[in-house]
Design a binder for this molecule. Structure first.
Ligand SMILES: [Mn+2]
Length: 340
């Protein structure tokens, strides 16, 4: 049975661009889908050109992305303009030239993407842009299949991770072709490596924040409150708050701290009637701002706006505000009927 549509005509076009004397660079804005797609394109073209370099324009900080690069041994380097001297031809996957300033002015011979096409037409030698597809990794499976290439263990696992990431593990923007590609890859991928990547959720330097989070965790109304004090970035509040979502029975949690001269509260949970967006907008009142959705929200205020006498006991100040904001609100008609 044919798994995918036949891409022979497109492959011939790509092969027609390749020259044994030319050095290629596949330029990406690195995320799992882009990394996997670059690996696949490199696999398809590398025997027909002088060399292929995989380069990223962005920095990578997420632990799962770092794990992907490490466990799947991806030879991805940071893009430097000086590399132009050694490269004659460029390809771009999972992005288009208007998506990042570093892509501007680069003459791409190959563009393979699933983001919407801009209005102005480019004069790229080869382009395959299909906004309907969940992941470019899926498109690359069609190319590999048509090129008669069985992906190796590391490449197949990378493509699976690319599809998982871009489709929110098959929950959004996922087409039948994406599922078929994932199924095809499962013959070649490595489930143990996939598990290692999926479990790489935290960086070692984040662990002391968890110690603080557990030490300070206390009930707040029907939810929980945790105080991390000064944090390097508010991202750490998000990481810790997301962790608490995995604890069965915690209705909601507010993880709070100070970063960049601001007091920040990150809310997660909202199982039941509580609307965390409303709690967040009420938290600091006129002193700050906040909002969000029923299940995730955020509130902030400037440290300078905290009353002078409260600054020493900042944790208690925020906790009392939280307690007040999270009090069940009764409407004019009394309590909500059960099950509402
Ligand atoms: Mn993508």
């Amino acid at each position: 049975m044919a798994y995918f549509r036949v891409m022979s005509a497109q492959l011939e076009q790509i092969y027609g661009l390749l020259d044994k004397n030319e050095d290629w660079c596949i330029l990406i804005n690195a995320d799992p889908d882009a990394i996997a797609s670059a690996m696949a394109l490199s696999r398809i073209i590398r025997s027909r050109v002088k060399s292929v370099t995989l380069a990223r324009v962005n920095d990578i900080a997420r632990p799962d992305n770092l794990a992907m690069l490490r466990y799947l041994r991806v030879p991805l380097v940071k893009w430097r303009p000086s590399m132009r001297k050694k490269v004659q031809r460029y390809a771009i996957v999972d992005s288009q030239s208007h998506h990042h300033p570093d892509f501007a002015g680069v003459d791409f011979s190959i563009v393979i993407d699933h983001h919407p096409l801009p209005e102005e037409l480019t004069n790229t030698a080869f382009q395959d842009i299909r906004p309907g597809i969940g992941a470019v990794s899926t498109m690359m499976c069609e190319y590999l299949y048509s090129a008669d290439i069985r992906p190796g263990r590391l490449l197949a696992t990378a493509l699976q991770y690319g599809i998982r990431t871009d489709t929110g593990t098959f929950g959004r923007n996922c087409t039948e072709v994406d599922l078929r590609a994932y199924h095809w890859l499962s013959r070649f991928g490595d489930p143990a490596l996939m598990t290692r990547i999926l479990r790489s959720e935290y960086l070692p330097e984040w662990l002391p924040y968890f110690t603080r989070a557990f030490d300070t965790l206390r009930p707040c109304g029907r939810g929980s409150f945790s105080w991390l004090g000064k944090v390097q970035s508010s991202d750490i509040l998000v990481v810790v708050a997301d962790f608490f979502l995995k604890v069965h029975g915690l209705r909601w949690v507010a993880v709070c701290g100070v970063s960049g001269g601001r007091v920040i509260a990150v809310f997660r949970g909202g199982f039941g009637n509580m609307d965390l967006g409303l709690v967040a907008s009420a938290l600091f009142g006129s002193l700050g701002g906040g909002g969000g959705h029923k299940n995730m929200a955020r509130a902030e205020m400037a440290l300078a706006d905290v009353p002078e006498e409260k600054r020493k006991g900042l944790e208690e100040f925020v906790f009392q505000k939280m307690l007040e904001a999270a009090k069940p609100k009764r409407g004019p008609k009394g309590p909500d009927p059960a099950g509402a």
